[in-house]
Design a protein around this ligand. Structure first.
Ligand code: UDP
Ligand code: MG
Length: 336
């Protein structure tokens, strides 16, 4: 399974096993005009920098001939693997498929519409080698429509930064570099690929960003409109939830539940004293309804916390996910 152009073509002092091979992952949905130029420029730049690499193109149900082009290219080139999905699943799923089929120690993602510039790949890799687990691109000079794209994106970036605690200027930029072990055990759903930095941060990754080039779309059109903002918002809720409750949901829901129950019991006692001690009628008092609501909500919240606790355990254990991540282990030096 040698898909690299390596060995003879990449004279480098390291062995093929230790040299960090790079997998460039491209989600492709109807980008037939852009693909030839893109594949060539990725190959040119990485060969010029003597970086052993492979390209993983994930065809996400294209119907414009991208599939045929990728098949034909994969059969004739030594550096391209085409993963062809059965239908259109969306960019996140396409990227996840790419991650699963990549074999490099470093993974680069970028769009296949020529909006990202492959010339930035060596810069991302150099930054990663400084000791980061994830380097995100920042499209300082973004070439997209102002009202429908840039504005919602500005708002989303601010909000995502606030909620996740990861301060990046541009979450939406697809051009990113990852250490392979970081994405290996990350599960992606919905539009979650833009939250990869946030998910990685939860896993304790070292994250940074560098400015990258950005070009206007030359061929075809964007696959997204303003409605993406809504989906991103919904995913943000999921992320906020995962971040807070991933390991101890009972700490949050149990506390809320107990507080509600305690409030209900106290106010209930007060009403009981009024009824039986002072012989007042309490049947038409709003407070009575409040007590009922507090008690019901409290019990609900408490049991929800327990259920969440159970499903979190299943989540961690079914996938063998540890609740911690080790960065490195330093063994004791053996005495002679
Ligand atoms: N894409 C995909 N599946 C989809 C939608 C998009 O694989 O359902 C790919 C698309 O081919 C491109 C990247 O995801 O390579 C980003 O899409 P697009 O350029 O339309 O997004 P924008 O740059 O406008 O945010
Ligand atoms: Mg694009």
């Amino acid at each position: 399974m040698n898909v690299f152009r390596t060995l003879e073509e990449f004279p480098h002092p390291w062995s093929a096993e230790t040299y960090p091979t790079v997998s460039v992952v491209l989600p492709v949905y109807n980008e037939v005009e852009s693909l030839p130029a893109l594949l060539e420029s990725i190959a040119d730049i990485l060969i010029a920098h003597q970086i052993p690499y492979e390209i993983i193109c994930v065809d996400d149900g294209s119907d414009d001939g991208s599939t045929q082009l990728l098949k034909q290219q994969a059969q004739t080139r030594t550096d391209l693997r085409a993963v062809i999905l059965r239908r259109n699943y969306g960019q996140t799923a396409a990227m996840a498929a790419g991650f699963n089929h990549a074999s490099g120690q470093i993974i680069i993602t970028l769009d296949s519409d020529l909006q990202n510039d492959p010339a930035d790949i060596p810069l991302l890799i150099a930054k990663l080698e400084e000791g980061y687990d994830l380097v995100s691109g920042w499209r300082q000079d973004r070439q997209d429509a102002a009202i429908s794209r840039l504005l919602p994106s500005k708002a989303a970036n601010w909000l995502i930064g606030r909620v996740t605690g990861v301060k990046l200027h541009d979450y939406g930029c697809s051009l990113k570099a990852y250490r392979a072990e970081l994405v290996a055990d990350m599960n992606l759903y919905g539009e979650l690929h833009r939250f990869l930095p946030a998910l990685a941060f939860i896993e304790g990754a070292r994250i940074t960003e560098i400015p990258v080039r950005h070009h206007a779309r030359r061929f075809g059109q964007s696959k997204y409109g303003i409605d993406r903002t809504f989906r991103v918002l919904m995913d943000l809720f999921t992320i906020a939830f995962i971040k807070k409750f991933l390991t101890r949901p009972m700490h949050v829901f149990g506390l809320l539940g107990l507080a509600a129950i305690a409030g209900g019991v106290l106010l209930g006692l007060y009403l009981t004293i009024l009824k039986f001690g002072m012989n007042e009628s309490i049947g038409n008092r709003p407070l009575l309804f409040f007590v009922v609501v507090l008690l019901l909500a409290g019990v609900q919240m408490f049991s929800f916390g327990l259920l969440a606790e159970l499903s979190m355990r299943t989540y961690h254990e079914s996938q063998g996910r540890p609740i911690y991540r080790v960065r490195e282990i330093v063994e004791p030096t053996l005495k002679p």
